[in-house]
Write a protein that binds this ligand. Structure first.
Ligand code: PMP
Length: 400
């Protein structure tokens, strides 16, 4: 009976790691998946996470089921980290927060909510975007289309194109926005551009749907990286925000995140939360406790909270320093006069190199540099010792 099942294609991002594992060259470099590595290119468990875990062990915390909506202390902490504890949306109890299975699971929960309560509504996603966004909305049967975002000519933001596509979308569409450190391009709107985006969203009665996977990881500051979301919240706009602790706390495998829905009244928030729970219950029943306790314990203890901020700045700082070093190496080695400054203008974990598919193939086939075929490299997987080698590979591939 299963004979008729066809082979599924490999995942374009996670498939890169599989290919990397199979390569036996000493030169190989994995810049595919967005996971932080140390200068020695090893995975990193934050010291503050180890401390929180040992405290949890000492206290003998149990492993009973969480409620459907997750750990109350986590939900409170995560909404406050996002909006700021004093924010009016928190004070007025207008946020429905439900713990989700990291960023992906939280996005998926919201997609199911949109499908159920806004039948026919369309989600607009940036071109390009994180590949899984399309899968998530497809599986939830939510129609989506793209708005212009990346301009290959400038390797920058196509702001005019973005604005005109948001204006052309049907009124009341959901607009998926990356809160900070846009994946895959590393190109974010400026504060003035965010204001203009908010103007158009308000004019068109659209509903912003933020994906915040890198809070604190882009600039090193939790508040600065949440400023886009807070700008919209301050205008009294109803919105959704999916959060992830994979990157900023290095909790990739703990699957810890949340979906927040900002409503116009506390009553609506209670009702929305009840419906999110109703969707979660038959899907996975309730979320995992371990990561939720880690986050709640760290955020709830001023010493641990400060240590987290220090480690986050250290990680963000290491990425910024390899970004600078890569730019320096590219500029020094490339004799073609190409302007590489876009590398410095991009922020976060990724750099969108502008390499096309054939050139990205050359990076892998000739240089053993593993990356996604859209030209994205994860700088979190780069060490400063490998910057020169990577610059050689990029220059060779560009002029190939
Ligand atoms: N959104 C974006 C834009 C991402 O880059 C990622 C991680 N690569 C996620 C969501 C979700 O990651 P996770 O499910 O691990 O939280």
């Amino acid at each position: 009976r299963f004979e008729g099942v066809t082979m599924a294609p490999p995942d374009p991002i996670l498939g890169v790691s599989e290919a990397f594992k199979a390569d036996t060259s000493d030169l190989k470099l994995n810049l595919g998946v967005g996971a932080y590595r140390t200068e020695e290119l090893q995975p990193y468990v934050l010291e503050v996470v180890k401390k929180a875990e040992s405290l949890m062990l000492e206290r003998g915390e149990n492993k009973e089921y969480l409620p459907i909506e997750g750990l109350a202390a986590f939900n409170k902490a995560t909404a406050e980290l996002l909006f700021g504890a004093g924010n009016q949306v928190i004070q007025e109890q207008r946020v429905a927060t439900v713990q989700g299975l990291s960023g992906t699971g939280s996005l998926r929960l919201a997609a199911a909510f949109i499908e159920r309560y806004f039948p026919g509504a369309k989600v607009l996603i940036s071109a390009p975007t994180w590949g899984n966004h399309k899968n998530i909305f497809n599986d939830a049967r939510v129609p989506w289309s793209e708005y212009r975002y990346y301009d290959p000519k400038t390797v920058g933001l196509d702001f005019e194109g973005m604005i005109s596509d948001l204006k052309a979308a049907p009124d009341g569409s959901f607009i998926l926005l990356h809160g900070c450190a846009h994946n895959p391009t590393g190109i974010d709107p400026t504060p003035a551009q965010w204001e203009k985006i908010a103007d158009v969203i308000q004019e068109k009665n659209h509903i912003p749907f933020f994906d915040v996977a890198y809070q604190g990881f882009a600039s090193g500051s939790l508040d600065e990286d949440a400023s886009s979301v807070r700008l919209f919240a301050a205008r009294g706009i109803e919105l959704l925000v999916a959060q992830s602790y994979s990157k900023n706390l290095g909790l990739y495998a703990e699957r810890i995140g949340a979906i927040n829905v900002v409503c116009s009244s506390p009553d609506a928030a209670v009702r929305v939360k009840s419906q999110l729970k109703r969707i979660a219950r038959p899907m996975y029943s309730n979320p995992p406790i371990h990561g939720a306790k880690i986050v709640a314990n760290i955020v709830g203890d001023p010493t641990l909270f400060n240590q987290w901020k220090d480690e986050m700045q250290m990680m963000a700082g290491r990425i910024k320093s390899v970004r600078q070093k890569l730019y320096d190496s590219l500029s020094a080695k490339d004799k073609s006069g190409k302007d590489w400054s876009f590398v410095l203008q991009q922020i976060g974990m990724f750099s969108f190199t502008g390499l096309n598919k054939a050139q990205s193939d050359n990076m892998t086939d000739k240089w053993h540099v593993y990356m996604t075929k859209d030209g994205r490299i994860s700088l979190a997987g780069l060490s400063s010792a490998k910057c020169e080698y990577l610059a050689d590979a990029i220059i060779d591939s560009f002029h190939n």
